[in-house]
Design a protein around this ligand. Structure first.
Ligand SMILES: [Zn+2]
Length: 126
């Protein structure tokens, strides 16, 4: 699906024409869970990391549904209201705060006009 694509994986993840399209919050959270850098070219993800990302998206959405505080809107691409699920975010909105896994400060970058959050240690570029 992503073979040959030079676009950063996060853009592909949010592109509703290409895949289901997940919201900005869930894209950041899923990439963290999969330990993939948001600007990694999509075409460079091998089958192993692709599988990890698919599983991570599923886990992230399941966690949001369980928390019950998120809007459906964010599932389909908007930013929505943070709601209760925000308390469980790994990286979203946490720039400058310690990564929950490794304590490295979470970084915020702007990519395609959207804020993107990631841990530079857990999500290294390859
Ligand atoms: Zn980390």
């Amino acid at each position: 699906m992503t073979r040959g694509l030079r676009a950063p994986i996060k853009h592909v993840l949010m592109d509703s024409h290409r895949v289901v399209g997940v919201g900005n919050i869930y894209a950041s959270e899923s990439l963290f869970r999969a330990r993939i850098h948001p600007l990694e070219p999509a075409g460079r993800l091998g089958p192993r990391r692709c599988a990890r990302l698919v599983a991570a998206v599923r886990e992230t959405l399941a966690a949001a549904i369980e928390a019950g505080g998120s809007t459906l809107r964010d599932f389909v691409g908007g930013d929505g209201q943070p709601g209760y699920f925000q308390q469980q975010y790994f990286v979203y909105g946490r720039d400058g705060q310690a990564c929950r896994l490794c304590a490295t400060p979470v970084q915020r970058i702007v990519s395609a006009q959207r804020a993107t959050f990631f841990c530079p240690r857990c999500q290294r570029r390859t």
